[in-house]
Design a protein around this ligand. Sequence first.
Ligand SMILES: [Zn+2]
Length: 421
Amino acid sequence: MTAPRHDHRRLGREPALFDTDPLIGAGLPYWLPHGAAVRHALEEYIRAAERCAGYQHVYSPVLGKRELYEISGHWAHYSDDMFPPLDLGGEQVVLRPSLCPHHAVIYRSRARSYRELPLRMAELGGMYRSELSGVLGGLTRVRSIQLNDAHIFCTLDQVAGEAGAALEMVRGAYRALGIRAARYRLSLPGPGGKHVAAPDAWRRATALLTDVLDRSGLPYEKGEGEAAFYGPKIDVQVTDSAGRESTLSTVQVDFHQPERFDLHYIGADGARHRPVMVHRSIIGSVERAVAHLIEHHGGAFPAWLAPVQLAILPVSCDQQEQAEALARRCAGLGLRTEIAGPDRGSLGARIREGRLVPYQGVIGPKEAEAELAALRLRDGRRLDPLPAAEVLSRISALTDAHSTDLWDHGETPAGAAVPHA
Ligand SMILES: [Zn+2]
């Protein structure tokens, strides 16, 4: 069966972003250098946005004792999706199905004061899901997941503000990534679902999230049976090339796990109080986010995410030295480049080959002589030769700002009348 043109499994193989091997196993993709570059840029964007928003990052292990998940409720409500436990000398250890229990334990590891709240704990960490092999494919259904996760431990009064701020971060990230939410969903428990029984907590959490959505002015729908087992959530839905919908981002309110882990903080009154846990993910799993980005952009990523940001094209071997010097300057600025020299074909063929690359810098004899680069933008625009230093500083400024624009607004391109080929 051939995948549709914009299927990420096909597009991801073309610029060689990721692959799988039966020997590693189904649903366990590995990332090739270009895919790893995209993933790294995405993860760094998320970490920087989180640092800006007052999150603190932690690392926690991908394994935990079975008991940890018995306390969290995963064992009772979620074990169908978990890998069987490993027996280690009389102890059972589990590949984690989520990061929440580890974060709850980290919160509990020291006495907390109301002055520390809201305490925003973030991690881009691994988790595992025992998907059946029949449903595995590409990056969207995988058994090994890198989750952009965070838990905000806060007072009841702080929940709405934190959930609203998380939604704002989602909107900021979508702008930078050049993607759109298909719809917002308030995910509620359904009949017969595996949910913890605490009607009062569900009512309070649902009221809080409804209020956040109403105040955001975003249109949303209710989704019965879509809640997490421990609480309702706001899901941000995206659609793939075949029109299938999936959840990319989520904000959840949880009264259950703070209770189960007996979390508390000392209030201004000197007494012990129970915090609320807000679970939130801006881009969901890195795998699903990259799959969506590949499909949405047809492989033509925003420049800050592109595996190769600038292709350097010496017209002939005589400009090889200048091309290499330019590549070294790019590396110093953190820009990802590739030299496509005459050994790779005619200039026209090399330009076509690099059609997904945001910028192509052509260096002919004139440019080499005067340290210039004639820039071609992915959208077809061609600029007059500019000093190489200016080209690099303008590209850097756009990528540092996570802009989806290829060039500054108001810039008049030289037009199609300046062929360099
Ligand atoms: Zn969580």
